[in-house]
Write a protein that binds this ligand. Structure first.
Ligand SMILES: [Zn+2]
Length: 51
């Protein structure tokens, strides 16, 4: 077992696109592998997690 699997919803504040990813909580950080939105935005994002 390597950390808790969580569902992560990322919404781009620039274009409104949503991404649903599987993530992992790692020492308080959430690791999803998400890099950037299709509109090239990589910082103006809303992140919501579900255990
Ligand atoms: Zn976007």
């Amino acid at each position: 077992m390597s950390g808790n699997r969580i569902k992560v919803t990322i919404r781009c504040r620039q274009c409104g696109e949503r991404f649903i990813l599987k993530g992992r909580r790692d020492n308080g950080r959430i690791e999803t592998g998400f890099k950037q939105c299709i509109c090239d935005n990589d910082h103006d994002l809303e992140m919501e997690t579900q255990e």
